[in-house]
Design a binder for this molecule. Structure first.
Ligand code: UDP
Length: 331
């Protein structure tokens, strides 16, 4: 262990992305203590059940109410629902986790410490330019049904950017684009996990609207590689927001058809469009490529969907001993 081991806090560390980030952080020998703060609203203990490390502790509480005398050298703020159906169900809690949560975390930052925040491509709303560079200010309805998440993230970006400007705080902001992969909750509600869990359960894959709306799907391992570089391993010193995503934009219908092609008997139906569903989303990665040399998303959605399907199939299938047939993700 190094002479001055870092004290690290990960808010939302029991969540889908947060738990992968925790794994990566615990791989660092200079991390002396890592505290996860998570209220387990959309996170799950199970995501951290494999962690067997004396440096690790879990505090189950809302981040905005986390009481401690400890101060942390590095803070990672991922405490927020990210699925529209979850954040729309409790907008107060969504705004509170982001804005009030980050205000609380700033109190817990040791002098000279760094705070890193996972923002979202939702700050671009239903974008009128494509791909979206960080300089694009977005097309967001600030009172619409997605606003608790969109504006919660935007306000938190504002808070951190101003803290960096006024107080010189070391701030890092990542704007993530449609991340998917293992450890997504089966009831998360986002597209790829929904398509897979529906098809594995013999339910139809439901596309909201015509499915021609597009997203840029980022497999979690690629995204964590980007976050590692942006947040701690590349000394770039840049405090502004940086797009982290896969810039291969693919329609929802295409992804649904691909999932259906992997699961025998899967079928696709169309339902009502989601409220104010953005028509497109694609990161301009010019800034990321210049700040984070060598980083790019390597895993195409076809491969990422297969890996995610394998993970869900192993969890959702009845054990073979009970007579359940394990769906063959390679079929
Ligand atoms: N979507 C869908 N069926 C689902 C879940 C999502 O057709 O079961 C669509 C949704 O309307 C959107 C896209 O897939 O156009 C991505 O949705 P998701 O909730 O994953 O993320 P978003 O980008 O909307 O935050």
């Amino acid at each position: 262990m190094s002479a001055n081991p870092s004290k690290v806090l990960v808010a939302g560390g029991a969540g889908f992305i947060g738990s992968h980030l925790v794994d990566r952080l615990l791989g660092r020998p200079d991390v002396g203590r890592l505290v996860v703060v998570d209220n387990l609203w959309t996170g799950a203990r199970e995501n951290l059940a494999h962690v067997d490390d004396g440096r690790f502790a879990l505090a189950v509480t809302d981040v905005e109410r986390f009481a401690t005398e400890e101060r942390f050298d590095e803070i990672y703020q991922l405490a927020s629902p990210a699925s529209p159906q979850w954040y729309m169900s409790d907008p107060v809690r969504t705004i509170s986790a982001n804005v009030m949560g980050t205000m609380r975390l700033l109190d817990l930052l040791a002098p000279g410490g760094r705070i890193c925040f996972t923002s979202t491509s939702e700050v671009y709303g239903d974008p009128l330019v494509t791909p979206q560079p960080e300089s694009y200010r977005g097309s967001v309805d600030c009172t619409g049904p997605r606003s608790s998440y969109d504006e919660g993230k935007r306000c938190t970006e504002a808070l951190l950017s101003e803290v960096a400007r006024v107080h010189g705080t070391d701030v890092r902001i990542a704007r993530l684009f449609n991340v998917y992969g293992p450890r997504t909750k089966p009831d998360d509600g986002r597209a790829i996990s929904n398509f897979i869990t529906s098809a594995l359960s013999g339910e139809p894959i439901t596309i909201y609207g015509d499915g021609l709306q597009s997203r840029s799907w980022g497999y979690v391992d690629d995204i964590i590689d980007g976050l590692e570089k942006l947040f701690w391993s590349v000394p770039h010193g840049y405090a502004g927001p940086v797009n982290i995503g896969n810039d291969r934009e693919v329609p929802v219908l295409t992804v649904a058809q691909y999932v259906a092609s992997l699961i025998p008997g899967a079928r696709i139906v169309h339902g009502e469009p989601a409220p104010q569903d953005p028509s497109n989303r694609c990161p301009d990665l010019t800034l990321a490529r210049s700040l984070l040399p060598g980083w790019s998303c390597e895993i195409p959605y076809e491969e990422g969907v297969r890996r995610t399907l394998e993970w869900f199939a192993a969890r959702l299938s009845p054990p073979a001993a009970e007579g359940g047939a394990t769906p063959d993700p390679g079929a």
